[in-house]
Design a protein around this ligand. Structure first.
Ligand SMILES: O=P(O)(O)OP(=O)(O)OP(=O)(O)OC[C@H]1O[C@@H](n2cnc3c(O)ncnc32)[C@H](O)[C@@H]1O
Ligand SMILES: [Mg+2]
Length: 202
């Protein structure tokens, strides 16, 4: 078994990566999160773009643990907010990781935005960094529309107000496998699968 660190404390992200590896039939990799390795000082997410934060998180994790690492930096880019909250999605309300307050703030900001201008995209940059210095950075996007009240209890973050294009349910109403099949994170992580297959085989 190759240990692969997902440099995250977000248990939902860990679950999504584990499900995707399983769905792809990659069995030689054991995914561990930051809670399962010795603690190290985590750099703040200060880059102006998702890719920059993802690479920085993954490099730090490899340097501290010696394990191959994936980091994900993701967020919601709202058309009517000129792409914000973007890289600030996890702390939009001022409190890092307060999903409820972050979602309420976005809803409040869009109160007067009509239905036809409520487009948004979930974006995910994922970086795989290897102990030998190899780096792969990929990006996935998922377009949809923001509704006016929460629906559904699956997923996390802004899922309860995001209706993916071509569907009628919010991403919090989708069964996990359906979210993975089209989500930003699913797309990004599947782009890493060729590299992960090599890692699993070595
Ligand atoms: O940095 P780590 O430890 O990985 O975990 P995090 O939760 O802080 O993750 P990010 O810094 O990448 O911030 C992502 C935020 O964007 C939102 N987000 C990202 N992916 C999402 C998804 O699949 N569904 C709903 N919201 C999502 C959600 O609010 C997250 O808090
Ligand atoms: Mg974060």
């Amino acid at each position: 078994m190759t240990r692969l660190l997902l440099a995250s404390r977000n248990q939902k992200k860990l679950g999504e990566l584990r499900r995707i590896l399983e769905a792809e039939g990659i069995s030689g990799i054991e995914v561990v999160g930051l809670n399962e390795v010795e603690e190290f000082p985590e750099a703040p997410e200060t880059a102006p773009d998702f890719e920059g934060n993802a690479v920085a998180k993954a490099r730090d994790a490899v340097a501290a643990t010696g394990l191959p690492a994936i980091a994900d930096d993701s967020g919601l880019a709202v058309d009517a907010l000129n792409g914000m909250p973007g890289v600030l999605s996890a702390r939009w309300s001022g409190r890092h990781g307060d999903d409820e307050a972050n979602l309420d703030l976005v809803l409040g900001q869009l109160t007067d935005t009509p239905d036809e201008r409520r487009g948004a995209a979930f974006v995910c940059a994922a970086a795989l960094v290897l102990p030998d210095g190899g780096e792969t950075v990929v990006r996935g996007e998922w377009r949809g529309t923001l509704i006016r009240e929460r629906r559904g209890t699956n997923g996390f973050g802004y899922d309860p107000i995001f209706v993916p294009d071509g569907g009628a349910r919010t991403s919090a109403e989708l069964p996990p496998a359906e979210k993975d099949a089209s989500s930003h994170r699913g797309r990004a992580l599947r782009a890493l699968v060729p590299d992960l297959r090599k890692l699993a085989g070595s």
